[in-house]
Every structure is written in structure tokens, then in C-alpha cells.
Design a protein around this ligand. Sequence first.
Ligand code: HEM
Length: 486
Amino acid sequence: MEETSLSVVMAIGIGIATLGWCILWWWNDIRYALPVNLRCARGGMRLPPGYMGIPFFGEMLTFIWYFKFLGRPDEYIDSKRRKFGDGAGMFRTHMFGSPAIIAYTPQINKLALTSDEYFYQQWPSFQLMGSTSLVAVHGDAHNRLRAFVIRAVNQPNPLRQIAEMVQPRIIFSLDLWAQKGTISVYDEVKKVTFENIGKYFAGFEPGPRLDTLAQLFKDMVCGFRAYPLNFPGTAFHRALQSRKKVSMIFQEEMERRKKSEDKVAKKDLLEGLMRMEDEEGKQLRDVEVLDNIVSLVVGGYESTVLALMWTFYFLAKNPHVLKRLREEHTNIKRQRQNEEFITYDEILKCTYTSKVVEEIIRMANISAFVFRTASQDVEYNGYVIPKGWKVICWLRYLHTNPEHYESPMCFNPDRWDEPPKPGTNLVFGRGSRLCAGNMLAQLQLSIMIHHLAIGYRWELVNPDSKMLFLPHPKPEDGVEINVFKI
Ligand code: HEM
């Protein structure tokens, strides 16, 4: 009798534990997906297939497993396709603290990135960027600000000036690196890129002010990645404090310029944004100038550093490509008369270089994904993307999927002889939020390639260095090289 009741108790215990485990396992599906599917069933709609994970973490642990521990990020989507089928190019999930739809085909990414009436961009830390920065505003306000920013950094005239401004430091740094012999490209490129940003953004020369700014921006970048908890001791709090100090430094510079007797127009971005007028003759307010300087540094600094780092990496791994670049740039140099700097217009003629730059940025996958939020229920091919859910535009998978690029993991600049399949090259995003510095980024890579190709050889110290994929793809050693002048 006692044995029987023990077995019953054990059976009930196992039953409760199993039920508890199942509820935990399907928690987010029960909490988020079930109500949506019930609501939409009458209209014949349902959520895309997928799994939304456990409470609080959602699917983050699986994501981290593929990106951090396995080091095979693209298998994350592959594994979902094997498990759930193609799901019209979407899966439901719960990631980065929100129920979400993963978009992994060109069609769904096009829908999410070009339909501003259905999807909007929302930066998690707009307090850090500033409420009047390009990334924080929408609609007409965004169009107006974007026109200012593009005119200041992403059109031929500013690009001509920037090309001239950045080269002295690049030439100086390359020379210094060759004297050192062995360097970490990531660390060194970071220094020279920030010095150049200081110069062409605000005319700041290397020195204590620029060192302070570098530290403040470092704190801010940490804040962007941190959970937005604002009390002393948190990374987010430190980032907000740093943001205030950054604003003060730029504000002081603006005041100084307004009072200055020196009426010769400076050619930097700060001056450009301060003086520019829209079609109605209106200038930007001080706060808009400040917020947009900050968002341009945040958007352009780390991304450019990573792209430059990958330039050294891929060219070291592909000597046949470097050989062709040497030919192209030696020819360009031969046609110049004693000029040390390559010009923006000469760069436009370097057709092989432009293919190499495209290929570096495709393979670098600096922006693995971008986020949108649905402003209403959106229907697509029988599936619903519910209002308020995030859409994670999985750009990386567009660039690494063999259905779009032949042997996608091979570095092959000649693939750019043909245009890519429509919607498969979204390295700079798409639609109204297309990167505002894409031409500037490409220019900076081309300039570095020019000086490397005509003057240096280098080899990777750790050619088989482990790859890290979070927060951005990067070899673990930051691309350590031995570098020599030729
Ligand atoms: C290789 C380097 C770069 C890559 C891969 C890159 C990538 C991107 C991507 C994917 C977006 C779209 C974000 C979205 O749709 O949510 C974007 C937006 C943006 N990028 Fe870049 N970027 C690079 C360099 C730069 C540079 C050099 C600058 C400026 C100096 C810059 C400034 C911006 C800004 C301001 C936006 C927001 C545009 C808007 O909201 O209208 N980026 N970038």
C-alpha cells in the first residue's frame, strides 16, 4: 500500500516537473505568439514559424551559442531553416528584450527597410545620441536633417576636402608602424582614425582635448551596448555623463567660432553644419549641430576602423589581389606630378580598387543586422508581423548565403564585375535610413589601399587567429601584423 502511494506521489511529481519545464520552455510562445495567432486566425493569418524561447532571455542564449561559442554565426539562420522550413523568409523569435521577427531574405528586408509607413527605426539609446540627431528623428524632420548631413559629408565637394585632410596622418602613421615593425592594426587604426575625425569634424589637433574626447566617446560606445540603467556605477550612467562633457567641448568650440574675428571659413564639418542653410534659408540650431556631430562620430568611427582593419587582413590573405592593386595605384602615382596625395577624382578612376572595397565591406559584415519596429499589423504572404514587434533585418545572412553569392566566404573582388542579385547587398542598409556616410567610408578605404599598395608590404602574425563575432566580426588578435616599407 505504502509502495503504491509512493509511486503515485513520484508520478505526480514527475508530471508537475514536466509540465513546469514545458511551460518554461514555451513561455514566450504562450505569452506572445498564442494571443496573436488566436486574434489573427479569423482573418486566415498567423505568425511566421519559429520559437520564442524561455522567459527573460528568449532566444538570446541560442544566438550567443552560435555567434560566441561555436563561432559559426550563419548556422543560426541555417538551423532555423532546417527546423521550420523557409517561413516566407521570416521567423518569429524573442531577442534583445522584445518579441521579434527575423527577416532573412531580400524581399522581407526590402519590405521592412523601405516601407516607412509600416516600420520605423527606434534607437534604444536616443538619450545618448540626442533627440535631434539624424537617427532619432522621423518623417520630414529626418529628411531635412539628412539633407544637411549628406551635404556635409557624403558629396563630392566635402569628400574632396576630406581626402586632402586625412592623408598627412595616414602617411605619417604608416611610416611610424613600419618603424615599429609589429603592430595591432585595430589599435593603431583606431588612433589615426580618431585623429582624422577630430580634424575634419572640428579642426581639433592631436593633444589633451582630443585625448579627452577619445575617452568620452569610448565611454559612450560602451553605454550604447549596455542595459539603459541610469544610476551611478552603471555603464549607461557613465555614458550619459560623457555625453554631457562631449556636448560642452563642442559647444565651447561653437561659441569660440561665433565670437572669432577670424572670418576665413574653416573647412570642417562643424563649420559646414553651422553655416549651412536649407531651401527656406533656415540654419540648424546649436543643439541640432551638436547632436548630429555626435551621431556621425558614433556611426562613422568604429565602423570605419573595422573596415580598415579588414582591409589589412584580406589583402594579406590574398596577395594576388594586392598585386593587382599595386599595378593600379603605381599607374595612378606615375601620372601625378610629385603629389604625395591621391585625390578623390583619381580614386573614382580606380575601378579595381572599388571592387576590392565592395568585397571587403561585404565580407566584413560590420552591421550584422539593423532593427525596425512595426507601427501596425503588417500582412505578408499569409503571415502577420504584429504591431509593436521588432523586425531584425538580418543583413549578414544576405551577404553570406550561397543562394546569393557564389562561394560567399571566398574573397573575390571580381564577383563585382556583375551587379549583385537585387536586394542582396545591404551592407549600408536600404531606404530612407541608408548609411549617411557610405561614400566617406569607401573613400577612406581607398585612400588607405593607395598608400599601402604603393609603399608597404605586411604579413599576418597569426594567420589562423580565432574569429570573434560579437559585438562585431574581428580576429581575436585585432590583426597583428609585421609591416615593412618597400
Ligand atoms: C564601413 C563602414 C560603415 C558601415 C558598414 C555602415 C553601415 C550602416 C548601416 C547598415 C546603416 C543603416 C542603419 C539602419 O538602417 O538602421 C547606417 C546608417 C548610418 N550611418 Fe553608416 N556605416 C558605415 C560608415 C559610416 C560613416 C563613415 C558615417 C559618417 C561619418 C556613417 C554614418 C551613418 C549615419 C548618420 C547613419 C544613420 C542614417 C539615417 O538614419 O538616416 N556611417 N550605416
